[in-house]
Design a protein around this ligand. Structure first.
Ligand SMILES: *[C@@H]1O[C@H](CO)[C@@H](O)[C@H](O)[C@H]1NC(C)=O
Ligand SMILES: *[C@@H]1O[C@H](CO)[C@@H](O)[C@H](O)[C@H]1NC(C)=O
Ligand SMILES: *[C@@H]1O[C@H](CO)[C@@H](O)[C@H](O)[C@H]1NC(C)=O
Ligand SMILES: *[C@@H]1O[C@H](CO)[C@@H](O)[C@H](O)[C@H]1NC(C)=O
Ligand SMILES: *[C@@H]1O[C@H](CO)[C@@H](O)[C@H](O)[C@H]1NC(C)=O
Length: 469
């Protein structure tokens, strides 16, 4: 009975007591994080370091990313500040209504709700954010002078951080590569696409991914390449039918039900026809019409720049077995080559049409690759590189130089480089010709013919010489 009578007063008294404890805790936390702030501002560094820190202008300070660290600490500080403001204003409100305070009852439920939503949740978030900060290791990582893992404080989403963190071998052993840990990699331009990447990596582990390959491709094209791996299950079309047998699949339009169409303008393969003005894509128009594709590289055309596969193979009879088709297309070059018992891998991006799906459904190998990356083949391995429809007069000369040297790297001595209908402005032709000729390949064919009034086509069949140094 006595307890009951005193209840409202006691409860409020206890309430303010709790608040005081919470505020006290906050003061401690804020002090700790202020220490971080001082640290990041260079207060604990030696004189010389301070000079370097303030006048060096570098964001990366002796092996750690001080900007990312400061951003994380700043985030925690602002969370705590707003929590503190909220609590203080609540107390002020109580002060104002002091007279009322004795008389009003706040229900336990209200009190619980207040603590949960206004105090514990923000405090928890701040706590997690603080925990997430990886402080630089003074002794360095491994044998290096790096003080923290690259980019580790740049991303907030836990899944990205888990991905980036190097995975030490179990039991401290050396793995088959002879290294102590495995680094998952991430294109450095991902830093520029932080928001999009965090959206991409925001999923429940083990559940279905969003149907967001288009976001992934956007990230890749913009230099966030390689993209991180994900731990969610990719979606497939509603009803995946078994593909046609290989003797049919090469030259038959695949079943549209085997493609997820939601990110394309079209909803089936027939819609991708060049006759349809609303087909939605602009590169390689007509590629999805197999009766047109069937003519390529096997029938004479009026253009001297069109070489035939049989002529190319005749240069090196029996020697051309594997190769790369670098371009935009639906795999027709690879299909024709397959008929000649040559295995061709076709690069493909899904530029508003399902190029990868089409190539794979034809029974050929699509390589999902952007221009950003070094080719995933070893030196001196390919018998043939064929390129068409991709590189033309838009491409930066320096970029092209890096690409051509990479092609030269993977092409074996005696391998063929088939430049197929490269085109550019007539006035730029000399620059591009120099690009191709600088490697001193043997010229088997070299044809230039006009494309339009001020544009020209260039086709060439070149052979990489031996390079025994
Ligand atoms: C406060 O609660 C007591 C009993 O729990 C009740 O008698 C009283 O009327 C309440 N006062 C107000 C202002 O609600
Ligand atoms: C680190 O240094 C030690 C001793 O100097 C050496 O034995 C070891 O191989 C080094 N580890 C790496 C990964 O370089
Ligand atoms: C493809 O091969 C299968 C068996 O290997 C055969 O039954 C079928 O008739 C062939 N299709 C065509 C179009 O040749
Ligand atoms: C293509 O042209 C060449 C010579 O110009 C000729 O020998 C060959 O028979 C022609 N091939 C076809 C399929 O018309
Ligand atoms: C490809 O290989 C098959 C089986 O070895 C053979 O029958 C066929 O003649 C070859 N085709 C060509 C064009 O060499």
């Amino acid at each position: 009975m006595g307890e009951r009578l005193c209840f409202p007063r006691c409860r409020l008294g206890r309430g303010t007591g709790l608040l005081q404890i919470v505020l006290g805790g906050l003061v401690i936390l804020v002090s700790i994080s202020s220490l971080f702030k001082f640290y990041s501002a260079g207060f604990f560094l030696h004189n010389e370091d301070i000079c370097r820190h303030f006048y060096g202008g570098a964001d990366v300070y002796e092996g750690f990313d001080i900007r990312a660290l400061t951003a994380r600490v700043g985030e925690v500080l602002s969370k705590m500040e707003s929590l503190q403001d909220k609590l203080e204003s609540t107390v002020q409100q109580m002060e104002k209504n002091k007279a009322m305070l004795d008389k009003t009852n706040i229900s336990r439920l209200e009190y619980k709700k207040f603590l949960e939503e206004e105090v514990i949740q923000p405090l928890y978030n701040a706590h997690i954010a603080l925990r997430q900060i990886r402080l630089p290791r003074i002794e360095g990582i491994g044998n290096t002078s790096m003080k923290e893992e690259p980019l580790i404080n740049t991303f907030v989403i836990e899944e990205i951080r888990k991905y980036i963190t190097p995975k030490e071998n179990r039991l401290g052993k050396i793995n088959i590569y002879g290294t102590e840990r495995i680094y998952n990699t991430l294109g450095h331009a991902c830093v520029l696409w932080k928001k999009e990447l965090e959206e991409y990596m925001d999923y429940d582990i083990g559940s279905y991914c969003k149907d967001d390959w288009i976001l992934a491709q956007k990230l890749m094209i913009n230099g966030c390449d390689p993209l991180p791996r994900r731990r969610c299950l990719t979606r497939a079309s509603k009803l995946y039918l078994k593909p046609y047998p290989i003797n049919e699949s090469l030259w038959r339009l695949p079943d549209g039900r085997n493609v997820r169409w939601s990110n394309y303008q079209c909803r089936n393969f027939e819609c991708l026809s060049s006759k349809n003005p609303k087909r939605g894509y602009s590169k390689c128009i007509g590629c999805f019409e197999l009766e047109k594709e069937k003519l390529k590289w096997v029938t004479n055309t009026s253009l001297a720049v069109d070489f035939l596969i049989k002529d190319a193979l005749a240069i090196k009879p029996g020697e051309i077995r594997i190769g790369l088709d670098f371009g935009v297309g639906t795999g027709t070059f690879a299909a024709r080559m397959r008929e000649q018992n040559v295995t061709i891998i076709s690069t493909a991006l899904n530029l508003r049409a399902p190029f990868n799906e089409m190539i794979a459904l034809r029974g050929l190998v699509p390589l999902y690759l952007t221009l950003n990356q070094r080719l995933p083949f070893f030196d001196n391995t390919m018998d043939l590189i064929h390129t068409t429809g991709f590189m033309d007069g838009w491409i930066d000369l320096l970029l092209m130089d890096f690409i051509l040297f990479d092609w030269d790297r993977i092409l074996r001595p005696g391998g063929l480089l088939w430049i197929d209908r490269f085109f550019c402005k007539r006035k730029d032709l000399d620059d591009y010709m120099y690009m191709f000729l600088q490697f001193r390949y043997k010229k088997h064919k070299w044809v230039i013919s006009p494309k339009s009034k001020d544009e020209v086509f260039l086709s060439a069949l070149l052979e990489k010489p031996p390079r025994s140094l």
